[in-house]
Design a protein around this ligand. Structure first.
Ligand code: C5P
Ligand code: C5P
Ligand code: ZN
Length: 470
């Protein structure tokens, strides 16, 4: 076990001592895949320890929510996958609380479990579900929940930096091989549940010019390499192919990508590490960490996080059926969102590119759309999206590892702009978000552009053309 893991477990043990003093606990978590898995991990651990809980999912934590919570006077509140940015309000309103989070902390308190406090980076070394897994294992033996811990960090795309999970995430993965294992495979989404041609058609990361978004071209591509289902009525899923067929498709796709002049950066990303949940049935979304995470996002991002949580808690009937229906709609929304960006285009400034989705893309998924459309846009500029929200303009920003290596820190840049013009935001170096006051879009984007300009130093490699950019 690494020194960091030992130190975090020690802090978690102190948190667990506090938890054991209570009979009924208020849980508060984030509505995305990481937040839902975090919520389920702590809820299961409490259930097993015979402790009651009340669950609350929120889009983001702000002063009003903390104040409203304090008004209900809970014995103990556990915040998972959020809270570190609101330590001031949590202590200010006198909440007896534990925070298990991985966002950049603003302030500190006693029962605060966050990798940044132990010298680790919460954008790729461990996520909220990981810190909560460490906490759960101080309450009892909850190692079987390692699969949910991995679903959460995959949902937060923590494998992206190195093309695989590393550091504390890796320790959780490799320490629990009876529940979750890595497998090197094609990286496209939908290996468990989608026909192979659909998997190609909906590929957005990496984006495959000529195939992504074009059903006929994908069917043709598979025919040309001799891949047909034995009965023609239904194309097989990736998991139904033989090993030889998988190799054939993968190598043909690699060859195709080279012919199409796709960057080596994107070609390398066609094959990556995937994570299989051994306690789940093959052919279901829950078998693959990435599909599981998308299923959870499809619930939480539409204010149905309770449904996702029920799936995590083991419901494979009603909640699972509901989640699958939501997934269908979520996928449709993502396709519509991507088409919107493609049709409308992005506006490029010197140090960022942006689009305004208005009310065309729900603000809860505009960040996902921004991230996905980044693959087919200019990757040497961060992408910023606006969407309408009831209390202001929602902003979502996404960078690349290359830009982060050159100094980009979206979380800091966005926080700084918010301090100057109002609004609240935060997140990570590579991905951040905010809500800014009505009427401040132009000012926001101009200021963000100049802060990013001051962050980025030195020449970099444009992953799209593999050439040096300044
Ligand atoms: O709130 P939270 O920390 O869960 O969100 C993290 C966000 O960062 C996710 O939306 C994820 O897609 C994004 N991310 C990214 N690229 C990375 C790491 C995270 O876009 N390399
Ligand atoms: O909402 P979006 O997916 O763009 O969020 C990207 C990252 O920014 C997430 O880690 C999220 O928790 C964070 N964020 C934040 N404050 C906001 C909006 C997003 O810290 N107001
Ligand atoms: Zn998270």
């Amino acid at each position: 076990m690494s020194e960091t893991m030992i130190q975090m477990a020690r802090r978690a043990a102190r948190c667990a001592e506090e938890i054991k003093k209570h009979k009924e606990i208020q849980l508060v978590s984030h509505i995305d895949a990481d937040g839902i898995s975090s919520g389920a991990i702590i809820a299961k651990a409490l259930e097993r320890a015979g402790i009651g809980y009340e669950m609350l999912f929120v889009k983001q934590l702000d002063e009003t929510i903390v104040r409203d919570l304090a008004d209900t006077n809970p014995e103990l509140t556990i915040f998972t996958d959020l809270g570190s940015g609101q330590i001031g309000h949590i202590t200010g309103y006198g909440l007896n609380a534990i925070v298990s989070d991985h966002h950049r902390p603003q302030g500190d308190m006693d029962l605060h479990l966050n990798p940044h406090l132990f010298g680790a980076n919460g954008s790729f070394e461990i996520s909220g579900s990981g810190t909560t897994f460490i906490l759960a294992n101080q309450l009892g033996n909850n190692r079987d929940l390692a699969d949910l811990a991995i679903v959460g960090c995959v949902g937060d795309m923590q494998y992206r930096k190195y093309g695989k999970l590393v550091s504390l995430n890796r320790e959780i993965l490799e320490g629990n091989p009876s529940f979750i294992i890595p497998k090197t495979d094609i990286s496209l989404y939908g290996k468990q549940t989608r026909p192979v041609f659909k998997m190609l058609q909906f590929s957005s990361d990496p984006y495959l010019p000529g195939l992504s978004g074009n059903e006929d071209a994908c069917v043709d591509f598979l025919h040309r390499i001799g891949l047909r289902s034995s009965n023609d009525e239904k194309w097989r899923r990736w998991i139904d192919l033989t090993e030889e067929e998988k190799v054939r498709v993968t190598s043909s796709l690699l060859q195709y990508s080279v012919q199409k002049g796709i960057s080596s950066y994107n070609i390398n990303r066609l094959v990556s590490e995937c994570y299989l949940l051994l306690q789940e049935s093959e052919g279901t979304e829950m078998r693959d960490a990435s599909e599981y995470a998308t299923l959870l996002n499809a619930t939480g991002r539409y204010m149905q996080a309770g449904t996702g949580m029920d799936v995590c808690m083991g419901d494979r009937e009603e909640a699972y059926e509901d989640a699958r229906r939501l997934l269908y709609e979520h996928r449709r929304n993502l396709v519509e969102g991507l088409n919107f960006v493609k049709d409308k285009g992005v506006i490029e400034l010197s140090h960022l590119q942006f689009f305004d989705a208005g009310s065309s893309i729900p603000e809860t998924i505009v960040g996902i759309v921004a991230g996905m459309s980044h693959a087919s846009n200019n990757r040497h500029l961060p992408i910023v999206a606006f969407a309408d929200k009831e209390d202001g303009h929602k902003v979502s920003a996404r960078g690349t590892q290359e830009l982060v290596n050159r100094g980009l820190n979206l979380s800091e840049a966005i926080s700084q702009v918010c301090r100057e013009i109002g609004g609240a935001g935060g997140g990570h170096d590579i991905a951040a978000g905010a809500t800014v006051p009505f009427g401040k879009k132009e000012e926001f984007i101009e200021k963000l552009n100049s802060i990013i300009a001051s962050q980025i130093t030195g020449p970099g490699i444009d992953p799209k053309t593999d050439s040096t950019v300044r």
